[in-house]
Design a binder for this molecule. Structure first.
Ligand code: COA
Ligand code: AMP
Length: 622
């Protein structure tokens, strides 16, 4: 079954008119090198110029560009496009003075502060390639990214603020640099007043001091096909995948989505309540709103608890937000704390035209609740780090906003989406299969994995020739609506955060007392899923499972990060496996979720299901 939206050369040529190019392309889309299409090949441009300088040159210097709203620190500040240009040019000057040139990598390990946005744009200004690492990842994960991206320089903050604690970033950075065999030459550290960091002599530079002696740097032209950034995302192994984004195609695609999907343009206020460490943050906190001259909100806080479940609606009222984008988990958390929507009723949210949800499956009860309380369209839309912008959804633009609750929508212009069976045959409507996208992928989708073209082709393009494998399974209905139901690999979504259970298994298996283990994504009413582990102890290991359990939980938190939310591990004599030795993870997940389980015909020892049932019961599951 195919579900198709228009994807014409004219569409992308028109979209590209919204971008300032320094020189034109000779080939709109070059597919000579296989699946990694090169859009706007031959053109030169600069993303920072288009996101910042262009608006200033067109008389928009006084228009609000970035609003920093930080309930966790009690601060707020608005930066106009003129302010943004000054901040970014100066920081680019600092980077250049420290040896950063076009093509160099820069790691950004920062919380949701304006300087993090300046950092991304300053890299773009110089043609340097940024790689933002989410603050909820610990040193080992940061080290993997430093190792792979080999950055010349790191930009970091001394700390991040979580509702329950101040997170010291700098010790994690120092430890990550120790763990990595690649050592960045220099770290520029933003000292936040909540916790100052100790600087390493000869390597670390104080951010504020560096700015004092800096001169503003101009925009460096780059090829449309040059990388703008690398964003690491969970793959099926412990090694994260370095998703590469280009400059030209990315700008054309993001501009088109703002105009044609979200219905947001210059002067509108757009709020993506995500984090700059994720693709949603890259695309819709930073680049897309700025590319169209809109105002973007950078929110340092949570949907609940900072200070309450009304903070989203008060922020919408305060800044006259036109469209809000968040993860379903945030709405579930708000609903849990304010089931009657009392905070919504207290705020004037009349400027809000739609709520967009993505990052994980939006469960129908959550959508229905939000629709009833907000009285605006609640639009589920589906995409991935790899794609960079929504592939399925229902555009807010247009007269007929037809939504089917439970479906992530129809293909957005640029994507032809199909469901295939194991033999690559299109499936009839209603039948579950691999969700794939027909090649070539549109502008803005990833043309490569960083320095890993072989892995790129193997992971995404080898199973079904001529199609991109999304890793999601689902079905398409008679009206062309696509239902995204599950992952086909070991990736799980925890509070909208994409994580690999394989990665967690590697960390747990590293515990000296563990012989083998399995991690499953188990349903959670707020986070959608949480990881739960089962482990088999090696013979001769200590028998105090309470102690070993605590050590395992700490190990995952220390090595992957608190964001993994790994809190449950149980112990079994043996894991349920097929006769060929494959762990029956899907069966385990069903048991943990309390679903009825038919003993698989291929199981080696049915008794192992009983062991698992007892272990899950011990954790309050099943
Ligand atoms: N830096 C350091 N630690 C971080 C962090 C960051 N940037 N982000 C999260 N963490 C930590 C949290 O402090 C928490 O630690 P804890 O175990 O000590 O409490 C842990 O990671 C899990 O955090 P989180 O996923 O935020 O869960 P929570 O229980 O604190 O809050 C929600 C639950 C639903 C409110 C929260 O997950 C949320 O706002 N989700 C929205 C997700 C989102 O926007 N995703 C982006 C996709 S669009
Ligand atoms: P990420 O790369 O972090 O954006 O995660 C992408 C994955 O999140 C997808 O492959 C899906 O598994 C899941 N996902 C994102 N949005 C949705 C959605 N609207 N419905 C269902 N799953 C989603």
């Amino acid at each position: 079954m195919t579900s198709e939206a228009i994807n014409t050369d004219t569409y992308w040529e028109t979209a590209a008119q919204a971008v300032d190019w320094f020189s034109p392309w000779h080939t709109l889309v070059n597919t000579e090198d296989g699946p990694g299409a090169k859009w706007f090949d031959g053109a030169t441009c600069n993303t920072c110029h288009n996101a910042v300088d262009r608006h200033v040159a067109a008389g928009g210097a006084d228009r609000a560009a970035l609003i920093y709203e930080s309930p966790v620190t009690g601060s707020e500040k608005t930066y106009t496009y003129g302010d943004l240009q000054k901040e970014v040019a100066l920081l680019a000057g600092v980077l250049a003075a420290n040896g950063v040139c076009k093509g160099d990598r820069v790691i950004i390990y920062m919380p949701m502060v304006p300087e993090a946005v300046f950092a991304m744009l300053a890299c773009a200004r110089l043609g340097a390639i940024h790689s933002v690492v989410f603050g909820g990842f610990a040193d080992h994960e940061l080290a993997k990214r430093i190792q792979d991206a080999t950055p010349k320089l790191v930009l970091a903050a001394s700390c991040g603020i979580e509702p329950s604690r101040v997170v010291a970033y700098k010790p994690l950075l120092d430890s990550a640099i120790k763990l990595s065999s690649h050592k960045p030459g220099c770290c520029i550290i933003l000292q936040r007043e909540q916790l100052k960091a100790e600087l390493v002599e000869g390597r670390d530079i104080d951010w504020a001091e560096a700015l004092l002696s800096a001169s503003p740097h101009g925009v460096v032209p780059v090829a449309a096909t040059d990388p703008l950034y690398i964003l690491y995302t969970s793959g099926t192994t412990g090694a994260p995948k370095g998703v590469v984004r280009d400059n030209g195609g990315h700008m054309a695609a993001l501009t088109a989505t703002m105009q044609n999907f979200y219905g947001v343009g210059a002067g509108d206020v757009f709020w993506a309540a995500s984090d700059i460490g994720w693709v949603v943050g890259h695309s819709y906190i930073v680049y897309a709103p700025l590319l169209v001259g809109a105002t973007t909100i950078l929110f340092e806080g949570k949907p609940v608890g900072t200070p309450d479940a009304g903070v989203f609606w008060r922020t919408v009222e305060k800044y006259k937000v036109k469209a809000l984008f968040t993860a379903p988990t945030a709405i579930r958390a708000i609903r849990r704390d304010d089931p009657t929507g009392s905070f919504i009723k207290k705020a004037d949210i009349s400027t809000l035209k739609a709520l967009f949800l993505a990052g994980e499956r939006a469960d129908p009860p959550t959508i229905e609740w939000a629709k009833a309380e907000l009285n605006i369209p609640v639009i589920d839309h589906w995409w991935q780090t790899e794609l960079g912008w929504p592939a399925l959804g229902v555009p807010l633009v247009g007269a007929d906003i037809h939504i089917k609750t439970g479906s992530a929508g129809k293909p957005v212009t640029g994507f032809t989406v199909l469901t295939l069976d194991e033999a690559s045959r299109p499936l009839p409507t209603g039948e579950m299969g691999d969700i794939v996208i027909k090649l070539p992928l549109p502008p803005g989708a990833f043309p490569a994995l960083w320095q890993n073209m072989e892995g790129y082709k193997k992971a995404y393009f080898s199973k079904h020739a001529g199609y991109y494998l999304t890793g999601d399974a689902g079905y398409i209905d008679d009206d062309g609506f696509v239902y995204v139901m599950a992952r086909t690999d070991d990736i799980i979504n925890v509070a909208g955060h994409r994580l690999s259970t394989g990665d967690m298994e590697e960390v747990i298996a590293g515990h000296p007392a563990v012989a083998e283990c399995a991690v499953m994504g188990v349903s959670d009413p707020i986070k959608g899923m949480i990881p739960v582990g089962l482990a088999v102890l090696s013979s001769g290991a200590g028998v105090d499972t309470a102690v070993i359990g605590r050590e395992i939980v700490t190990r995952v938190r220390d090595q992957i990060g608190p964001v993994a939310a790994f809190k449950h591990v149980g112990f079994v004599k043996q894991l349920p496996k097929t006769r060929s030795g494959k762990i029956l993870r899907a069966t385990l997940r069903k048991i943990a979720d309390g679903e009825t389980v038919v003993t698989p015909a291929t199981i080696d020892d049915p008794l192992t299901l009983e062991y698992a049932r007892n272990a899950f019961k011990g954790m309050g599951l099943g």
